[in-house]
Every structure is written in C-alpha cells, then in structure tokens.
Design a protein around this ligand. Structure first.
Ligand code: PLP
Length: 386
C-alpha cells in the first residue's frame, strides 16, 4: 500500500512520542482529581503545576500567568470577550483586529459587535503582513483591545509582533496575539515581546487535541468565560484535563528544545518543494511573503480548482488543504487569500502544503512527482483553462 504523505501540519500534527509517554499514566492509573486533598489528587495537582512551570519557561512567562483551556478557539474567545467585558466598564468599546485572523478571533469580535462594540479590521498587505503604522493610526482613546495573530494559518506569514506590541504599549492598550500556528515553531518570549495575552493550541505542535493555553500577563484580568469552580485561580472553572495538559507541556518542551534545528530542517524541505513546484508547473505562483513559518507553502495554480486538486491528491495518498481546516467543507473562497487581494478565482485555485517535523526528503520527492502530474491532468480536463 502507498505510504500516506501528510502535508497538512497546519491543520493538526501527529501526537509526539514524548507527549504520549507523559500522558499514559494520567489516562490509566493516575486518575485523581487535582482538587482532591488525598494522595492521587495531590499527585495530579503536582503534574498540572509542573506542566504550568514547563509551559511558562518555554514562553518566557511566570507560571501564574499560564491558564489552561480546552483549545485555541477557547483561548481566543476568552482573551477577546474577557478583556472586552472589563474594558466596557471603563467605557471602552472599540476593538482592533485584522482582516485575515482565524475565525476564532473574527467571530468572537463579530459576537461583540452585537453588544455595541465597534470593530476595526486592519487591512493586510499583498504579502500577508499587518502594518504597525496602520495599527497606530487606528487606535483611539476608546480602544479596549488589539488582537493580531503571530503567524497566519494559511500563508504562514509571521507578523511584526514586537512592533505591533510596542505600538499597543505606547498607547496603553492590551495586546492579544493568536499564536496557535507559531507556538512550538518560532521562538516566543512574551515578556520581552510585550505581549499581554497569547493563545496556544497543543495539537498544532505535537500535543493532544482539546487542550490549549491562554497566557495572561499579570496586570490583565479578563473576565472568565467559564463560570464554575475555583480551578485556574478561579479564572476558568472545570476539572482540569490532566493528560492533555501534561501531554501539551511535554510536546512544547520537546519542540522548544529542538526549535532551531527543526526549523532549519523543515524550512529546507519546504524550500526544495517550493522551488521544485515553481520550476515544474507552469502558471504556479506563491501566495504570501518570505517571512513565514518553516513548514508553510501556499501556492496557486492558474486555471485549477483547489477542491478538485485536493481530491486527486487524496486519491494519491497526499493530505493537503485548500484553505484552513476549520473552513473546509464551506465553498466560500478563503477570506485570508481575499484579504491579500486575490480574486475569488485565484483564492479557489490555491493549495496549502504545510510540512512538519515528521516529513522527510522522500515525502518531498513524492510531492514533487505527484503534484505536477495531477495539475497537468486537471488542466487536460479543461483544455481552455489558462
Ligand atoms: N487560531 C489559529 C491561527 C488556528 O490555525 C486555529 C486552528 O486551526 C485556531 C485558532 C483554533 O484552534 P483549535 O483547533 O485548538 O480550536
């Protein structure tokens, strides 16, 4: 049977071996509730707090600034709605975000618009970057929060986070960044980078699905999204997902230790794939600029329908994406690609390949063999396509 080539690491990643090993006891014998005072409960509490320490160390944060959540979507919603609610008490009801955020951010902002918040969507350059100057021009005395992603999930473009954060600091506005795609792939130091709130999701860096983090700088107090027990310093009720939290910490620690070496290896594979495809396929163009996540490659193929390309790649045992996984199934062309100025047709002809630490040179060679064949076959079905 043909080997599966998984080139959709921006959608999710396989569980790393160290995460699985760390989780195993908490899925079997160590089932105590960390709020319980007896032995198994105390051991579970120690595991959660050790994971908090480890994650804080990876992000340049203090342990008490780390709050556990159920996913990146929850972290984004909590940061945005939680800060918005507090700031509304001071009469501040203006939020700034960008046009190409993940729907977890865009839809959280849209929900706030129903409650009288005014939302500014900053434009994105043709290369896929948000401008610190445009951010500064958009800030008013009523701005409650700025939320700009660390790296875009479709293009992989890494934003000028420190400059954006400096603008917010200068104006005294809390700055949130969705780092779901960046964490475990790029160096992050929340204190040095002046980030107020940061969202993470374990399954994007070799951790389990259904576990996330919201980093909350000590001076910020977003109101809780989940009212309940006293867990997470009373900020997020609900019995902790111990196995998930422990697995997430192990995965992040492992990735952080080999960050530079992994980035060098994965970006070399990605660059080989990119130059090979641009050379072999006529009418193939790259979407997005050079400053990108190591594994991301977003291409468009003139005259090709992305969904058909995906289906044919699937038949050849290749997993890729034509947009973000969270919008797959919807036939709307990607809002991200439209935000950088592509037409609906160009957006529909795009393919995202995202490599990860488990990909090999042999995977790239196979992608370089199959993708040109499939594109040429699809074009032969539509002889009048460009
Ligand atoms: N933010 C970004 C940039 C993402 O890429 C994703 C998932 O694709 C999310 C948020 C949502 O994360 P989760 O799947 O953990 O809810």
């Amino acid at each position: 049977m043909q080997k599966l080539i998984y080139a959709d690491n921006a959608a999710t990643t396989p569980l790393s071996e160290n995460a699985l090993a760390a989780m195993q006891p908490y899925l079997t014998t160590e089932f105590g509730n960390p709020s319980a005072l007896y032995g198994p409960g105390r051991r579970a509490r120690r595991a959660v707090e050790q994971a908090r320490d480890d994650i804080a160390a990876c992000l340049g944060a203090e342990p008490e600034e780390i709050a556990f959540t159920a996913c990146g979507t929850e972290s984004d919603n909590w940061a945005i709605k939680g800060i918005a609610r507090c700031q509304a008490e001071n009469g501040k009801k203006h939020i700034i975000t960008s046009a190409f955020e993940h729907h977890a951010v865009l839809h959280a902002c849209k929900a706030l618009a129903h409650y009288g918040f005014h939302v500014t969507y900053l434009p994105v350059s043709a290369e896929g970057y948000v401008s610190p100057q445009e951010l500064e021009a958009a800030i008013t005395e009523n701005t409650a929060l700025v939320s700009i992603m660390f790296a875009n999930n479709e293009l992989g473009t890494v934003q000028p986070i420190e400059k954006l954060a400096d603008v917010c600091k200068k104006h005294g506005v809390p700055f949130h960044s969705d780092a779901v795609q960046a964490a475990g792939h790029l160096p992050i130091d929340v204190h040095r980078q002046n980030i107020g709130l940061l969202s993470l999701s374990a399954h994007k860096f070799g951790g389990p699905k259904g576990t996330g983090v919201l980093y909350i700088r000590r001076n910020l107090h977003p109101s809780p999204l989940m009212d309940g027990g006293a867990q997470e310093q009373g900020r997020r009720g609900g019995t902790e997902n111990i196995a998930g939290i422990v697995g997430m910490a192990a995965a992040l620690k492992g990735r952080t230790a080999s960050l530079e070496a992994d980035a060098a290896r994965v970006s070399a594979l990605r660059d080989r794939l990119e130059s090979g495809l641009l050379f072999a396929v006529p009418g193939c163009h790259r979407n997005g600029g050079d400053s990108r996540l190591p594994g991301h490659l977003n291409l468009r193929f003139d005259g090709i329908e992305g969904e058909s390309l995906l289906l044919m790649l699937d038949q050849a045992g290749i997993c890729a994406s034509s947009g973000s996984a969270c919008t797959a199934g919807s036939i709307d062309p990607s809002h991200v690609l439209q935000a950088i100025g592509l037409s609906k047709e160009q957006a529909r002809s795009s393919l995202r390949l995202s490599l990860g630490v488990q990909n090999t040179e042999a995977d790239v060679e196979r992608l370089l063999q199959v993708i040109p064949e499939v594109v040429s076959k699809l074009r032969s079905f539509q002889p009048f396509a460009k």
